[in-house]
Design a binder for this molecule. Structure first.
Ligand SMILES: C[S@@+](CC[C@H](N)C(=O)[O-])C[C@H]1O[C@@H](n2cnc3c(N)ncnc32)[C@H](O)[C@@H]1O
Length: 219
């Protein structure tokens, strides 16, 4: 095989490569437990690859103040805490207090001090407007996909210059890329991605990790 063929993305099995990439960083025991609880509650959690990306990005930024929309049982929160500075605070919003109770257990299991955890039970679109302008290093979006356009608008306001918008499910089960697909979720996710592109406020990359992770830095 010549060097060009060896480096071609078409060489070998793409599904096997993606599975390899997803499992590249080992998952912690508290994260495994939180993932199992999520399954029991019928909730989806971020994949191992997305978790690794969240930790990497928050660590690169030395993130101190992070907003999460969609706490779930804490799989993504654990990944964010793993990258944040030692006294960083995660503000995480979820409409279901049962999910947040499971997340609190996961954070306790991982020995995250309670002063670093700010869990807010409520509808994201009621809570987000109460958070301060330009005060956050990262906004991670994993709540109601039908509200993604509004979440992007809130992130524009909440992020400091140089802060990161991380939007999960950016490829929504492979349906966002299919422009003929007009299901509600992919339609709204597509609109949210276009809002980021058209705002002129972000420099973005769409990573094909997990179900798709939009990474956009606030200019
Ligand atoms: C996919 S789960 C989040 C999973 C979590 N990020 C993780 O990986 O561990 C989505 C969560 O968003 C919450 N949610 C859905 N709609 C919401 C809304 N409008 N406001 C706040 N939370 C919402 C759900 O209760 C659920 O816990």
């Amino acid at each position: 095989m010549n060097a060009a063929a060896k480096n071609s993305p078409r060489t070998g099995s793409l599904p096997a490569s993606l599975a390899y990439a997803e499992a590249f960083v080992a998952e912690s025991e508290p994260s495994r437990v939180a993932r199992r609880k999520a399954s029991g509650l019928g909730l989806a959690s971020i994949s191992g690859g997305v978790a690794a990306a969240l930790t990497l990005l928050t660590k690169t930024l030395s993130a101190k103040a992070v907003v999460e929309i969609g706490t779930g049982t804490g799989v993504s929160g654990l990944a964010l805490f793993a990258g944040m500075v030692a006294d960083g605070v995660l503000t995480s919003i979820d409409s279901e207090s049962e999910n947040q109770a499971a997340a609190r257990e996961a954070f306790s299991e991982a020995a995250v001090p309670s002063r670093r955890i700010r869990l807010i039970a409520g509808q994201a679109l009621n809570v987000l407007p109460k958070l301060s302008d330009g005060a956050y290093d990262v906004v991670f979006v994993n709540g109601d996909p039908l509200e993604y356009v509004e979440y992007v608008a809130q992130a524009e306001r909440l992020l400091r210059p140089g802060g990161l918008l991380l939007l999960h499910h950016a490829l929504w089960e492979g349906k966002v890329a299919d422009e003929q697909n007009s299901d509600d979720e992919p339609l709204i996710v597509r609109e949210a991605l276009e809002a980021v592109q058209d705002s002129g406020l972000f420099t973005a990359a769409l990573l094909p990790v997990g179900d798709g992770l939009l990474v956009a830095v606030r200019d």
